[in-house]
Design a protein around this ligand. Structure first.
Ligand code: ADP
Ligand code: MG
Length: 722
């Protein structure tokens, strides 16, 4: 037996023997006891801080007031005490660079002093850190000679303790900025955008007589999809290991066509894994709620209860890192890539979004009296206006090399940004704009209120999975986000475009001289009429929609990342980011450059892997088999028999094709393109198709070459053996 098969069979045998041990690990636990056990949150602070200090901190968290140094010192000391009592030896400022990952720099609590080491951790250290960080991408904002970047404590996101086998680390969420104060991370603009949104929401609420002293925040809950594969297979596949997705692989005889995985009983090994993830996440204060199988075999989902968008974003990063960490402990690898397996559903991350606070409630929740209904309709109209005006930007924030394999591929929403409102809500808007205030017909629940607005549906009713941006009862769900992405950028954009939309609405309503009811009706009517073309309740996967959206409605269909990313520099985008102090034009442009670069680099790595695996794994196996078949053909001829079915020709044909396409791919890779946008286009239009051409021959060969010679774990093995 040769190498290829042995590796694969051994892997399968190893997996089978591991299964028995792993499936014994599940233990019961009490959610209540675990939840927030390792979080230094307001509850913990209230217990440990003097009353005045606690109140001062609360003012910062709830009303956005600046933090003073005395408070910081007191919090630092309480935080350190808490962490050390729980076994912490180190602390780290956690920050979120533009790579979408989470970065940490660990420091010991112990500082040397005159007569030996003592524990030292001051307010100054809590508030500000100085990681070197010169190798994080900045898109040109920071040269290495001015490499200093600062981390600044984010008071609104609680610190937590990350337990390791050899000690625990106190993790402090921070923002990461350059010495000139420019944002080098995701958190800084997210916090700025939340501030901008709060201001404009408050103006609109004031018109409704609903002033609130507390900050109004955006809320987010992200449903994370992911794949689990056994680590033995993962390590046997250079493409999974390095690119996070398979670059080769013929379809499995059985795929997802039976729909027998979706919401099916969860396999024991996967279930134990999920339970362990949940335990760890609950301890860290992440309110995980649901778990289930997804559509594809080997695919799962985890979703938390929604939180303040800033905290939800930090927690989302913790979810991704925990999923990956726990997987290795269970002999799995968790794949967060948007499309690990061709021909099988990819993974997304639905970002559920709303706004509100404890005093005013959820602003996207239809109420049961005319006053709250009116408020709901205004905020809903604000979303419609924002999404319609900035559809190109919303497309750009979900653009990545991985997500290009999903969007528009009849498994995920199309690259055309539209809004699903549902028939009931659409009817309400139609009624209002037609000037009629009669009863809506489709649902029995719509009746006229005391004022001019019809009563609203209490239940969203219909669900539509094909829309990139859907109203789902009391929130909007942005479904085009990729599974590996940070949710920060989508939230930054949603906050900012809504701030603008609400700003315009507030300005027009404040200027109205007639009755507020009339002004509101007029405002909703104007918005709905101007932006109706973005609303689509039909099948987003259909060809008719793709045609009609572009030709009749004039919506953009930016199919690839190369098409979408340049929208970052659209005039309208530059203008709002600057106007609401979220990103300066320089910060914005630097971000676009980082994303362009990341895209081009991902494709280049994949192309190099394609060549490496093509030349050193697939071609050798195919040549060996070709030689074997040719030998056999000769021997058969000697005894007056022959091979039938053109087997030899088929193998030889694909071996030729493989070599030719590998050559073409190498030529395309050799081209040197300077300009970042052109480089991105080159990767998209030249390199990717050349990679696909190689794959076609390789996958055909997988179906011809003897199984004992094939060097890579197959789709069938990876997707079905758990
Ligand atoms: P589905 O899978 O049908 O979309 P789920 O109940 O699984 O529905 O997911 C709903 C998600 O929406 C959860 O992550 C939840 O936290 C989130 N969510 C619910 N209400 C809000 C809200 N007001 N703001 C933001 N997210 C919300
Ligand atoms: Mg959903």
């Amino acid at each position: 037996m040769t190498g290829g098969n042995q590796n694969r069979r051994n892997a399968i045998v190893n997996i089978a023997s591991q299964q028995l041990q792993i499936s014994k690990q599940g233990e019961t636990f009490s959610t209540e006891e675990l939840f927030r056990a390792n979080v230094f949150d307001l509850r913990e602070m209230q217990k440990r801080l003097p009353k005045a200090v606690y109140r001062s901190l609360l003012r910062t968290v709830e009303s956005g007031q600046a933090l003073d140094a005395t408070t910081a010192d007191a919090v630092a000391s309480a935080m350190k005490e808490w962490a050390i009592a729980k076994g912490a030896t180190h602390y780290t400022h956690v920050f979120y660079p533009l790579t979408g990952l989470t970065a940490e720099k660990h420091d010991s609590f112990l500082l040397p002093s005159g007569d030996g080491a003592i524990s030292e951790f001051s307010g100054a250290q809590l508030i500000q850190g100085e990681p070197d960080g010169s190798s994080f991408p900045t898109g040109g904002i920071r040269q290495t000679f001015e490499a200093r970047g600062y981390t600044a404590w984010d008071v609104t996101s609680p610190a937590y303790l990350l337990e390791g086998e050899n000690g625990s680390t106190l993790c402090i969420p921070t923002a990461f900025v350059s010495w000139t104060g420019e944002a080098l991370d995701q958190k800084t603009p997210l916090l700025r955008s939340m501030q901008a949104l709060n201001l404009q929401v408050q103006r609109v609420l004031k018109l409704f007589g609903q002033e609130t002293k507390k900050l109004v925040v955006s809320t987010a809950g992200a449903e994370q999809e992911y794949f689990l594969v056994d680590s033995h297979f993962y390590y046997a596949r250079p493409d999974l290991l390095t690119a996070g997705r398979t670059l080769f692989g013929a379809s499995s005889p059985k795929g997802q066509e039976f729909d027998d995985h979706y919401f099916g009983a969860i396999n024991d090994r996967a279930l134990n894994y999920m339970i362990e993830c949940e335990k760890q996440l609950l301890k860290l204060g992440v309110p995980v709620k649901t778990r289930h199988n997804e559509v594809a075999p080997g695919q799962y989902e985890i979703a938390p209860i929604y939180e303040n968008a800033n905290v939800a974003t930090d927690h989302q990063q913790l979810i991704m890192s925990t999923l990956q960490k726990v997987a290795t402990q269970h002999g799995f690898v968790c794949l967060l890539h948007e499309k690990p397996f061709a021909g099988v559903n990819g993974s997304g991350k639905h970002v559920n979004f709303s706004m509100g606070n404890a005093e005013v409630g959820n602003l996207l929740e239809p109420g049961d009296n005319p006053q709250t209904n009116m408020r709901f309709l205004v905020f809903c109209a604000a979303v419609i206006q924002a999404v319609s005006r900035h559809a190109r930007l919303l497309r750009a924030v979900v653009a990545s090399a991985g997500n290009d394999h999903r969007l528009g591929a009849n498994e995920a929403p199309p690259a055309i940004i539209s809004i699903f409102l549902g028939d009931q809500l659409t009817e309400v808007f139609d009624l209002i704009t037609s000037g009629s205030n009669g009863e809506a017909s489709k649902s029995g629940t719509l009746t006229l209120g005391v004022d001019t607005l019809p009563r609203l549906p209490k239940d969203a009713g219909d669900r539509n999975r094909t829309s990139p941006f859907a109203f789902t009862g009391n929130k909007f769900e942005f479904r085009a986000v990729g599974s590996a992405q940070s949710i920060a950028t989508p939230l930054i954009v949603l906050n900012t475009i809504l701030a603008e939309s609400l700003d315009d609405i507030a300005t027009s309503l404040e200027a109205a001289d007639g009755s507020l009811d009339d002004a509101i009706t007029q405002c909703i009517t104007d918005i709905y009429k101007a932006h109706k073309s973005v609303i689509f309740n039909g099948d987003g996967y259909s060809d008719e929609w793709h045609k009609a959206a572009v030709e009749e409605r004039g919506l953009d269909n930016l199919r690839t990342t190369a098409d979408a990313l340049p929208s970052y520099m659209d005039d309208a985008t530059v203008k709002i980011f600057e106007k609401y102090n979220v990103l300066s034009p320089r910060e914005l442009e630097s971000r676009m450059h980082v994303y362009l670069e990341q895209y081009a680099m991902s494709i280049q790595v994949e192309a190099r892997l394609t060549v490496e695996m093509g030349r050193t794994m697939i071609l050798p196996a195919s040549l060996r088999y070709l030689g074997e078949v040719a030998d056999t053909a000769g021997k058969l001829k000697a005894i007056g028999r022959s091979l039938d079915g053109g087997l030899l020709d088929a193998i030889a044909g694909h071996v030729d094709g493989l070599q030719k396409t590998l050559g073409t791919l190498e030529e395309k890779m050799a081209a040197h393109v300077e300009d970042p946008i052109a480089e991105c286009r080159h990767a998209c239009d030249e390199i990717l198709p050349a990679m696909n051409a190689v794959r076609e021959h390789a996958d055909a060969l997988e179906g011809l070459v003897a199984d004992d010679l094939w060097p890579l774990p197959t789709y069938e093995e990876m997707l079905f053996i758990k």
